[in-house]
Design a protein around this ligand. Structure first.
Ligand SMILES: [Zn+2]
Ligand SMILES: [Zn+2]
Length: 339
């Protein structure tokens, strides 16, 4: 998907995803070939990511079971089966039959990050049509925290004070941000930071930002600000997982439990100013694993855009699902009457 969009977006304006971005016109054989080749490549990349996440997920489930966390079975069930829309040759869409929606689930975290960056990018592009300024990536960091919850509360409080500063209001027209945390096994504590996409009006240099940040935190001053040339890349940077699920495995039991028991409604994203409306608005229930969003409206009985054969739904397990993405072909799947 990335290559496809990049190739079609030579301007510096933020790219837009969704149905408007690319509609393959399949008029000639050549175009069908190119679209299909691109589709197969995107599909393959998707399969690779599913393959990579599989052992991490297995390890997390095993650990949840070992420490006796009640959610182990939900996590195990999550993304273990899929409903797939196919013509028998092309896998156009796939939905997991169940999602656990846990922040620390590698599958759900990846889905959430993808959906968030698609939505965010479109909304930022929209806000920038009426607001002028430079798009920057601003990172604010805090001294390491012994507990995740305590560290998050402190960072949120600090940012609340930061944005009330006159200098912030003068220079930042809009912001969208996400909290990220990493775990340091040597010091047994969390490093929590805030990545923000900001629309900067007047120039604001790093050392001034650092002084202001120290002012509100009392002890933390490590900040970074840089202009973003490619809005899409910047958004992806901000929207990536709040935590690498693989980090979970490096934690001792007490920290591990702290993370997996983190309150469900814990807010990991903030927005304000002209980016106020930039937030995640769709629930993961209908989250799709389709490869190109222009296939979002296709359903059973429609014609496959590549080969014109009739599309139908099948249910497959995770292993088969990964295989389908890798090959993007279902030679062994025949239409059944299962619903
Ligand atoms: Zn999940
Ligand atoms: Zn087809």
């Amino acid at each position: 998907m990335d290559n496809l969009l990049l190739a079609r977006n030579t301007s510096t304006m933020p790219k837009t995803y969704g149905n408007v971005a690319f509609t393959p016109s399949l008029d000639t054989v050549q175009q069908v070939d190119n679209a299909e080749r691109e589709f197969r490549r995107a599909s393959q990349r998707k399969g690779e990511r599913w393959t990579l996440r599989t052992p991490t997920k297995r390890n997390i489930v095993a650990r949840l079971e070992r420490v006796g966390v009640e959610d182990a079975s939900r996590l195990k069930q999550c993304c273990s089966a899929f409903r797939v829309l196919t013509c028998g040759q092309h896998t156009l869409r796939s939905y997991p039959t169940f999602r656990c929606k846990k922040l620390f689930c590698p599958d759900c975290a990846a889905e959430r990050a993808n959906r968030l960056s698609r939505q965010t990018e479109a909304k930022i592009a929209e806000a920038m049509q009426t607001n002028k300024g430079r798009l920057c990536l601003l990172t604010l960091t805090m001294k390491n925290a012994a507990t995740l919850d305590g560290g998050l509360v402190r960072l949120k409080k600090s940012f609340a004070n930061f944005k009330r500063k006159k200098v912030f209001k003068e220079r930042i027209k809009g912001y969208f941000g996400a909290f990220e945390y990493t775990f340091n096994p040597k010091t047994n504590d969390f490093h929590i930071h805030l990545h923000l996409i900001v629309l900067r009006g007047k120039f604001w240099n790093q050392s001034d930002i650092s002084d202001t940040w120290r002012d509100v935190t009392g002890d933390s001053f490590v900040v970074d600000i840089r202009e973003i040339k490619d809005a899409g890349k910047g958004v992806k940077e901000v929207c990536k997982y709040p935590m690498k699920p693989v980090d979970l495995m490096a934690m001792p039991d007490d920290k591990f439990l702290e993370v997996v028991r983190m309150k469900k409604g814990t807010r990991m994203f903030i927005s304000g100013g002209c980016f106020y409306n930039v937030k995640l608005d769709a629930d993961a229930d209908e989250a799709d694993d389709n490869i190109f969003s222009q296939f979002a409206d296709l359903t059973e009985g429609d014609a496959c855009p590549f080969c014109k054969a009739e599309l139908f739904d099948v249910f497959v397990d995770r292993k088969t699902h990964i295989g389908l993405h890798e090959l993007n072909a279902m030679p062994n799947v025949v239409r059944s009457n299962s619903s």
